[in-house]
Design a protein around this ligand. Structure first.
Ligand SMILES: [Zn+2]
Length: 236
């Protein structure tokens, strides 16, 4: 799934990154960004966070700002699907400078993390400074290409408040990731990219590296597998 989230993040950071020791560890403490259960008529997992084969292909382009990783989770969903806050917080940005066009939303949470909801259908109706509760509808999902028939999906990120550090949402969101992964196009294909020098690294949805925006590529592998050609990206 094409997810041009990395575009537009170049000038988007501010302040010092948070000390990792000050941030909460992933413990399934957040909810999913949809009120409805997964299914073919509601939403399904589209692409995991991290070292996906597609991110490897796009490591110098779409995801170049994010060390070559897919630095969010993609949920395939029809345009207009209600998106809910994953936990309590305060709206910090509406259509801010963090990419994930055509519209995005950032909520700051009191634990030191932020959630970003991207590729939204329209400008979210919430206002900066507005408190929101977990499960409250805050936006509608859209399409990264703006068509609603190309790649309709929600891109969800977990960041620190400085917007420089990005974390794997899988551990923070309580969900049955193993079942969701069964219908994931990455899992049906070659899955996560391997470096044959370290073939076991970053091969599960849970075991993926954190990202520092504009840091060096993490997946410039010496012996990548699968090779790039002739695989083409999974598209919907
Ligand atoms: Zn994405």
């Amino acid at each position: 799934m094409v997810c041009p989230t990395g575009i537009g993040t170049a000038s988007a950071h501010s302040g010092k990154p948070a000390a990792l020791s000050s941030l909460p560890r992933p413990a399934g403490q957040y909810g999913l960004p949809f009120a409805s259960p997964p299914g073919p008529d509601t939403w399904l997992l589209g692409q995991f966070y991290g070292n996906t084969a597609f991110a490897y292909e796009q490591r110098r382009t779409l995801y170049g700002n994010g060390q070559g990783m897919h630095f969010g989770l993609d949920f395939s969903a029809p345009c207009g699907t209600p998106v809910v806050a994953i936990t309590d917080g305060v709206v910090s940005e509406v259509d801010g400078p963090h990419g994930s066009a055509p519209h995005n939303l950032v909520i700051n949470h009191p634990d030191g993390l932020s959630s970003l909801y991207g590729h939204l259908l329209s400008k979210p109706a919430v206002k900066v400074g507005q408190p929101v509760r977990r499960g409250e509808v805050v936006a509608r999902s859209g399409d990264s290409q703006g068509t609603c028939v190309s790649e309709p999906h929600l891109h969800l990120e977990i960041r620190d408040h400085s917007h420089q550090l990005l974390f794997n949402p899988v551990g923070y969101l309580r969900a049955d990731w193993a079942s969701l992964g069964l219908v994931n196009p990455d899992m049906a294909g070659p899955g996560f990219q391997q470096d044959l020098r370290q073939p076991g690294a970053w091969q599960t949805p849970e075991d993926q590296p954190s990202v520092r925006l504009h840091g060096p590529l993490l997946n410039n592998f010496a012996q990548p597998w699968p090779p790039l050609a002739p695989r083409t990206p999974v598209k919907k």
